[in-house]
Design a protein around this ligand. Structure first.
Ligand SMILES: CC(C)(COP(=O)(O)OP(=O)(O)OC[C@H]1O[C@@H](n2cnc3c(N)ncnc32)[C@H](O)[C@@H]1OP(=O)(O)O)[C@@H](O)C(=O)NCCC(=O)NCCS
Length: 146
């Protein structure tokens, strides 16, 4: 899958120029327009999956994550088209705002998304791991006797 292939980046020129016109984008059957909590688009070139993105809409906000394009076809517009598919699907569903998170160390991603009209929100992103990955709860501070 592209997620595992895009860890080390090479020059976009190592790819061929066939990506922009030949790539088809599919909505996988795990997704349903009547139940849009999980959208999963894949970009297919020939018989090869070269891009993925997931999204969803809970009735309040839309989310997009797991965008990845195979490094051999990066900078051919596939990432832009995948994002556009999530945006248009959520817009049709009446979603008023689409949110996403990027790791702060991945500064190049900010340029990609800003070119598509995304801007940083004044929010703090919080997360908590659940189940087996959960961290032990912090010890409570002792109660003062006074
Ligand atoms: C980020 C990513 C999805 C972009 O996909 P892509 O198909 O290469 O993007 P596009 O070809 O649609 O790029 C459109 C524009 O975005 C900008 N852009 C794309 N990648 C960029 C990068 N690494 N740095 C800066 N700008 C970038 C450029 O302006 C580009 O236009 P140009 O090629 O005409 O200069 C892809 O590089 C990737 O999979 N990266 C690693 C995985 C990852 O970190 N995913 C995000 C998880 S949240």
């Amino acid at each position: 899958m592209p997620w595992s292939r895009c860890g080390s980046r090479r020059s976009p020129s190592t790819g061929t120029r066939h990506g922009r016109n030949a790539t088809r984008i599919f909505l996988l059957p795990t997704s349903s327009r009547r139940s849009p909590s999980c959208l999963f688009f894949v970009a297919v070139l020939g018989e090869r999956i070269v891009g993925t993105v997931m999204g969803g809409y809970d009735g309040h906000r839309g989310w997009m994550h797991s965008l990845a394009v195979d490094e051999s076809v990066c900078r051919h517009g596939i990432g832009t088209r995948l994002v556009a598919h999530v945006e248009s699907t959520l817009t049709e569903l009446g979603c008023p705002k689409l949110n996403l998170q990027i790791q702060s160390a991945k500064t190049e991603l900010r340029g990609f998304y800003e070119a598509l009209g995304y801007r940083a929100d004044a929010v703090i992103s919080l997360g908590k791991r659940l189940g087996e990955l959960a961290a032990p709860a912090p010890a409570k501070a002792p109660v003062s006797a006074s």
